[in-house]
Design a protein around this ligand. Structure first.
Ligand code: ZN
Length: 244
């Protein structure tokens, strides 16, 4: 089975459409949350995720847009964009988003969590120390996470205590060897923050036992024009071209 794994789309429809086209044929889509917030096309992004994904999570921005967590936890630009995103949602898309959880086991092998297994809504899992603690709170071989908008992974090898971190630009294909365990972040579709403005995603091949990190250039200007039309904050518009 070929599964496209996406996270942090953030209402960037141009980026999401480009990713889905670049991914080729796939059997499923797993979405790790923050489908909306920040960007200009919340309903269209939710509709595409609903169309393709058998598994989807909610993230901190989704919850804020729905009025389920305090908007004061966000900086003023993110807050304004979240309010605007929430106002745009159709009743149907709102109801769909509202029933999503921030973490979801797929089966005995895979777990999905927006931020981290132990703190699915808020933890930015970036260090090996954090990863080591998180490996203790789930039993599956692989956990896919989002939230930090950084494409990376962590591995604990069989027989080793130590957890290692790998960045996607150094190791593009990850072999899911038996007896090793992994935490993998596909990066952000709609607002990458690793100084690379290209949309980020990953492909899981369950037959080959591999995860492949991928990047694709999309029409950033088009998303920026849509954001300007929607009067979204200028700093959010500009950051897309720098990937931060
Ligand atoms: Zn996010």
């Amino acid at each position: 089975m070929r599964v496209v794994i996406v996270s942090d789309i953030h209402s960037n429809l141009v980026a999401l459409e480009t990713v889905l086209a670049a991914a080729g044929s796939f059997d499923d889509l797993w979405c790790l949350g923050d489908t909306i917030g920040y960007g200009p096309r919340p309903n269209e992004c939710v509709a595409l995720v609903r169309q393709y994904a058998s598994k989807a999570l909610t993230g901190n921005h989704d919850l804020a847009c729905l009025g389920k967590i305090d908007l004061r936890d966000f900086n003023p630009d993110a807050r304004r964009a979240n309010i605007w995103n929430g106002e745009q949602l159709s009743a149907d898309n709102r109801a769909w988003l509202e029933q999503l959880a921030p973490a979801l086991p797929v089966d005995d092998r895979f777990l999905l969590a927006h931020g981290s297994p132990r703190e699915p809504v808020w933890e930015y899992l970036l260090s090996t120390e954090q990863a080591a603690r998180n490996f203790q709170v789930f039993h599956q071989q692989v956990c896919f996470i989002g939230h930090s908008h950084v494409q990376l992974g962590f591995r604990v090898r069989d027989g080793y205590e130590r957890c290692e971190r790998f960045l996607a630009d150094r190791q593009r294909v990850v072999e899911l060897e038996d007896h090793s365990r992994f935490i993998i972040n596909p990066g952000s579709v709609g607002q990458p923050r690793d100084q690379d403005p290209r949309a980020a995603y990953a492909i899981l091949n369950t037959d080959a036992g591999t995860v492949t990190f991928a990047r694709v250039e999309y029409d950033v200007r088009k998303t920026q024009r849509q954001m300007i039309e929607a009067r979204l904050p200028g700093a959010l518009v500009r950051r897309l071209e720098y990937g931060m």
